[in-house]
Each structure stands twice: as C-alpha cells, then as structure tokens.
Ligand binder design. Structure first.
Ligand code: HEM
Length: 483
C-alpha cells in the first residue's frame, strides 16, 4: 500500500514535470500560425552556440549562411540572437519592415552610455527617438553648412577637415617616422578612451550575454564602466564650457549646433518630449561614432595604398589632373575623381571593418522570409557577408576599385549602394556623407604632399581580428615628400 502511494506520487510528479517542460518549450517557441522559428546550429546547455562561433564570429556566421540561409537563430549564453545576411533579406528587414527592426537590445553596457540617454545605444525606439535622430541630423547639417571664416573653404566643415588634413601632413613631414601628435593632450586621451570603449563593447561583454556577470566582479566590465564614466565627465565639462561661451551668430562646432537647436525649438510644443540636456548630450553619440570609424578607415586605406602601388599611382594621376599642384584638394573635387571614390568604396567593401552593425532588436512580432521572429529579439546584421557575397561581386576576394567604374568612366551607383558599411534604413549611420568627405580629403591631401610606400622586406597582411571596428595588424610606412 505504502509502495503503491509512492509510485502514484512519483507518477504524478513525472506527468507534472513533462507538462511543465512542454509548457516551457511552447512558451519559448510562441509563433505565428504557419511560421517556424529561424533555423540554426543546436545550442549547448548554458553557453548556447558561443564556443561554436570561434574567434572570427563574422566568418563563422557567414559560413553558417551556406547551411541555414539568410535568417538564422543562434544563442549567445542565454541571449537568443537572429542573424540576418543577404542584401535583399537585410533590405526587406531594415527598409521595408524598418520600424519592426529599429530597436536596440536592452544590453546592460548600452544603458551606461551617456547615462542612459544615448540616441544610438539606450533610448527606446519610438516617437521621441525619431525626433531625437532628426535633431541630431539637423545639428550636423547646421554645423556643416555654417559659414567658413576662411574664404578658400565652402563651409565650416570643409575648413575644419582641410585644416586637420594639412596639420596631419605637416606633422608627418616634420616627425618622419614618429606618431602624429595632436596639441590637445586631453582631447587625445578622450579619443583613446572612446576607442577602448568600442573595443570592450565588441569583446561581447559577458554581462550582456549572461546577466549574472553584472553582479560579479569583472575587471573588463569595471574598466568599461570606468571608461564610459570618463567620457561622460569629459562631455559634461565640454558642454558646460560651450553653454557659457555660446554665440548663435558664430557656430563653432556640433555642440554649438545642438545648443542652437534647443534655442530654436522653445516655441515648438511637439518637441517637448526631449529635454534640452538630452539633446545636447547627443554630442556623445556623434563623437563616439565619428572618430574610431574614420580613423580605422584611414588606417586600412594606407595599408591598401602601400600594398597596391599601381592603385596609388592611379589616384595620384587623378589628383594631378583634377587638383593640380597649386592648391590642395577640396570637397568640390570629389565628384570629379571617380577612381579615388571607387578606391574608398573598395576599402569599405574589402576590409569590411565594421562586420556587423550595432545590434538591433525587434520592436514587434515580425515574419521575415517565412520565419517568425518575436518582439524584443536581438538581431545581428552581417554586413561582412554582403560585402563578400560572390553573387554580387564575383571575385569578392580581389581588391579591385575598377569594379565600381562604368564603361563611361563614372561611378556605378547601383553597385556602390550594395557596399554595406553604414547599415541601411531607419538606423543608418548619421555621419556617412561626413565620413566619406573626411576620408576623401585626408587621403587626397596626404597623397598630394607625400609619397608613401612599403618598407623593404615587410610582409603586408590584410587579415584582422574580430571587433566592432576591426583594425589592420600593425604595419610600417615609408614616407617621402613629393617634389
Ligand atoms: C567610415 C566611418 C563610419 C562608419 C563605417 C560608420 C558606421 C556606422 C554603423 C555600421 C552604424 C550602425 C548602423 C546600425 O545600427 O544599423 C553607425 C551608426 C551611427 N553613426 Fe556611423 N559610421 C561612420 C562615421 C560616422 C560619423 C563621422 C558620424 C558622426 C558625424 C557617425 C554617426 C553615427 C550615429 C549617430 C549612429 C547611430 C545611428 C542610430 O543609432 O540610429 N558615424 N555608423
């Protein structure tokens, strides 16, 4: 009798356990009728697919596309991630179903940037966010169109970029093989701190993947939070100084442009959803996104220029015919120099040094390519795969700027728009045209003044290790002045 009771209780417990497991499984796999969840490699308990990804996550995920297709699901620890590849699939998601893919995941590290008010990382997608991005875009426009104090430049942006490019060349001429030294040491410290923040973000912080790590002592998380705090403090001081010395008739930089935006909107009730402080703090987003990305693009460009001297010679030919020797390159030269532009696009494509966009998150339940993706799912966009897709590029592994030049010698816009480095759609990079102008002026000014070449015996390696912005491996350049 006693034994019978035990076996009855055990039987009930077993049934309840099976029922609970089924409920959990069903809960985890909620879906639209007729739609399945995206396929993907089987996750291991606890760590998910983390160890199957290896060091080069972009390459592993590009390979997985061959087996599973454009929409795949993986698990990073406890975090479910949907990875999108393929130009048309990414366009369908980020452009045609843009709003549903426009969120950012609720990462612990993201919430620390700009004390949780970052337009890029932490603000929830919605009406206020749309307005915030518009204000940032307008501030960049105000700054770039502000009148230049120098009669040779068409606008303040051109004046600033050309002056920096000349300073860089002068410093290189003077210092030979020493590093480019900027006068403002605090500024340099902040640029370096910003780069460290991006590096640690990319290291796939464990606290974002396993929430338990937020509460355990972790040196890299502590360092990341310290760096973010240092950036926040620097920006606070910078903003306070700007507010004291602000003159709306003399816009000096992007912080001034943001302050002007706040003054202009006082009567506009619609904009009351954002505080002035939130708007001015957008300078953190713009600063954070604009330095490391352009610098890394220039580092890769230098590597390709010395690796392929014939390509350098063709760019020089264009500089000689369009700019000449009596003045320096300017913004107006860019449309007349398709080969140089093609070179910059080919650097973006071949190096693909931002292999993924910043992670996205679904803002609603959504169906893509017949697969169901629930609201609040973290989404990675594999830009590297698009840039190396044989179906688009044919010889994707070759470095060949000519691929972007039409038979009539113009830039092939249909092809350049397939280079994916700035993201696309609602979350597209705010500074893409800025960045292209900066890279154009820096590179052409450098080559106008200096000859750069590989040092004898140095093997040039075009590979790099995975990061949010992937750097080339260290290399040396030999510089000489042009006659
Ligand atoms: C070659 C240089 C650059 C590259 C490769 C680059 C790339 C990117 C990428 C991949 C994203 C994420 C897009 C997404 O999540 O879908 C992004 C976002 C962003 N970028 Fe850039 N960027 C560059 C330069 C700049 C510059 C110069 C600025 C500012 C002047 C800037 C401002 C921003 C901002 C504010 C965002 C956040 C947009 C959002 O969250 O909606 N970027 N950028």
């Amino acid at each position: 009798m006693y034994l019978e009771e035990i076996s009855h209780t055990a039987g009930v417990t077993l049934v309840l356990c099976v029922f609970a497991v089924l409920l959990l499984a069903l809960h985890g796999r909620r879906r639209e009728p007729g739609c399945s969840l995206p396929p993907g490699p089987t996750p291991w308990p606890l760590v998910g697919n983390l160890f199957q990804m290896g060091e080069e996550i972009h390459l592993s995920l590009t390979n997985l596309r061959v087996q599973y297709g454009d929409v795949i699901q993986i698990k990073m620890g406890s975090l479910v991630v949907v990875v999108l590849s393929g130009y048309s699939t990414i366009k369908e998601a980020l452009v045609r179903q843009g709003q549903a893919f426009a969120g950012r995941p609720d990462f612990f590290t993201f919430s620390a940037v700009a004390n949780g008010t970052s337009m890029t990382f932490s603000e929830k997608y919605g009406e206020a966010w749309v307005l915030h991005k518009k204000i940032c875009r307008n501030a960049l426009k105000t700054f770039s169109q502000a009148e230049s104090r120098d009669s040779n430049a068409s606008c303040l942006l051109e004046e600033c970029i050309c002056a920096e490019a000349v300073d860089m060349v002068e410093a290189l001429k003077k210092q030979g093989d020493e590093r480019y030294a900027h006068d403002d040491k605090e500024f340099l410290t902040i640029v370096n701190t910003n780069n460290e923040v991006l590096r640690l973000f990319a290291a796939g912080n464990l606290a974002d993947i396993f929430p338990i790590f937020r509460y355990l002592p972790s040196p890299s998380l502590r360092k990341l939070l310290q760096y973010i705090d240092r950036m926040n403090n620097f920006m606070e001081r910078n903003i306070t100084e700007h507010l004291i010395t602000f003159d709306r008739n003399c816009i000096r930089d992007i912080t001034d442009a943001l302050i002007a935006m706040c003054e202009d909107r006082q009567e506009d009730k619609e904009t009351a959803v954002l505080s002035n402080s939130q708007i001015i703090h957008s300078v953190v987003d713009i600063f954070g996104a604009g330095f490391d990305t352009v610098i890394t693009g220039l580092q890769w460009s230098l590597l390709y220029l010395i690796k392929f001297p014939d390509i350098q010679a063709k760019i020089l030919q264009e500089i000689e015919s369009q700019v000449g020797v009596n003045r320096l390159p300017q913004f107006k030269d860019k449309p007349n120099m398709p080969y140089t532009e093609a070179f910059i696009y080919e650097v973006f494509r071949h190096a693909s040094y931002m292999p993924f966009t910043i992670p996205h998150c679904t803002t609603d339940n959504v169906t893509l390519n017949g697969y169901f993706i629930p609201k609040d799912t973290c989404v990675f966009i594999n830009q590297y795969q698009v840039n190396h897709d044989m179906d688009i590029w044919g010889d994707a592994e070759a470095f060949r700027p000519e691929r972007f030049i039409t038979l009539s010698g113009h830039l092939n816009k249909k092809l350049t728009e397939k280079v994916m480095i700035f993201g696309i759609g609602i979350r597209r990079c705010l500074g893409d045209s800025f960045a292209r102008l900066e890279m154009f002026v820096f590179l052409t000014t450098l080559l106008h003044q200096l000859h750069i070449e590989n040092v004898p015996g140095q093997e040039l390696d075009l590979s790099s290790t995975f990061s949010l912005t992937m750097k080339p491996r260290p290399f040396q350049i030999k510089i000489s002045t042009r006659n």
